[in-house]
Design a protein around this ligand. Structure first.
Ligand code: PXP
Length: 395
């Protein structure tokens, strides 16, 4: 085990993702080309930290992070050992939380920054000897943080816009206006990276004509959402969208309610994926952020999963929202590490999107309702630009 994470304080497991901390610490060893070393990270409280601060630095009160290099003699390899000890990084979770709040940052980001700071101390960096060294260490911290954050993603997170809601308004009157095809063009002009439509079996909003026209007119990417239905599969193979997203579909629902049960429908889904792959159409599976569904998705041969963000968006307390977010973050990491490409969507709005867009495992966000409803008041062009700005800033 090159990295040990120990927790000697009461922490809410939803607040701190120790798996991510462990992965990031391993990445620091690899990026510093010292994979043959071990390092230990200890999460503690202010009282414990104050004890170490007094004992080893003769300073009163807690601090955010302390590093203890292993020292020359212990960094030798003993018989039977395969790894050298780099040392220990102690982080006070209480101080980290206070600092995160003051600096208006996510706790996870603050912990990563403290981890990097402590790690650089173990490598011999120091900010107390001279101003020059302090500036060099600060620069190095910023550089490493940036590399760490972007290590996974090959591209930025993009915005794909679902224009079903425009078709819903049209169908309410049963006439030709407003046209989702025109809406798609405006979305593209305003900076959308893709257009999403759901051709439902009951044709309650998007019509066949919309899908065919969109195929001919849009310049970005067409993502066709659909159920595993013989009729719609036939249309998809004819239209050849840039990708399809398989979703569960119920007649009674107002919108897609939950993710696909990939395990229960594995045979049907696998067959559809095979057909689409043969036609050169990548398949995404819309699933809940659930490890078991992700593992099943890998087995179907799908290229993408789209993680359902509905529970995160619908959360009514901050704690519940944090818990749901952590599920999305962990599921996105698992899916990415399993070789899937990862999208996310459902219910995202102008307040909930930034946090998801900042995840370095997610390629694309599929957003509809929030943008179309804002467009009623500010216009479609501006509504798209505002959402794009949120995503670009979070990247
Ligand atoms: N992703 C999927 C699979 C969906 O079914 C929907 C809703 O049509 C969305 C994303 C977009 O959700 P919303 O309209 O709430 O932004």
């Amino acid at each position: 085990m090159p990295v040990t994470i120990s927790i000697s304080t009461d922490i809410d497991s939803y607040e701190i993702c120790t798996d991510t901390l462990e992965k990031n610490t391993k990445w620091l060893l690899t990026a510093s080309k010292i994979k043959d070393h071990t390092v230990s990270v200890v999460l503690l409280d202010d009282a414990q930290m104050a004890g170490f601060n007094k004992k080893y630095r003769n300073k009163d009160g807690p601090t955010n992070v302390l590093s203890f290099p292993a020292g020359d003699e212990t960094s030798q390899m003993f018989p039977g050992e395969s790894l050298k000890d780099l040392g220990d990084i102690l982080i006070s979770v209480e101080t980290a939380k206070r600092e995160a709040q003051n600096e208006k940052k996510q706790l996870a980001r603050k912990l990563d920054e403290l981890l990097i700071h402590g790690f650089l101390h173990l490598l011999g960096h120091d900010h107390e000897r001279s101003e020059k060294e302090a500036l060099a260490m600060w620069d190095e911290e910023k550089r490493i943080y940036k590399d760490m954050k972007h290590r996974r993603r090959k591209t930025m997170t993009h915005l794909a816009i679902n224009v079903d809601h425009v078709a819903t308004i049209r169908q309410a009157r049963g006439i030709t206006e407003p046209d989702p095809v025109l809406a798609a063009g405006i979305c593209e002009l305003a900076g959308a990276a893709g257009i999403v439509v759901h051709l439902r079996e009951d044709r309650r909003h998007i019509q066949d004509r919309d899908v065919y026209l969109l195929r001919d007119t849009i310049k970005t990417k067409l993502n066709l959402e659909m159920a595993v239905s013989k009729e719609i599969i036939g249309i998809a193979l004819d239209v050849k969208p840039d990708m399809i997203t398989l979703v569960p579909e119920k007649r009674q629902e107002l919108t897609t309610e939950g993710g696909l049960d990939v395990i229960a429908n594995e045979k049907k889904i696998r067959k559809t994926v095979e057909k689409m792959n043969k036609a050169g159409i990548p398949v995404s599976l819309f699933i809940d952020p659930d490890a078991v569904q992700i593992e099943a998705a890998v087995d179907t041969g799908a290229t993408f999963v789209e993680l359902h963000t509905g529970c995160y968006c619908d959360a009514t307390t901050e704690k519940e929202r944090d818990q749901e977010f952590l599920l999305i973050e962990r599921s996105a990491e698992l899916a990415f590490d399993s070789g899937l490409r990862v999208n996310a969507g459902h219910g995202l709005d102008y307040l909930t999107t930034a946090r998801v867009a900042a995840l370095n495992t997610i390629e694309e966000l599929s957003i509809g309702h929030a943008i179309i409803t804002r467009a009623v008041f500010v216009g479609l062009d501006q509504a798209v630009r505002e959402m794009n700005e949120i995503i670009m800033r979070a990247n």
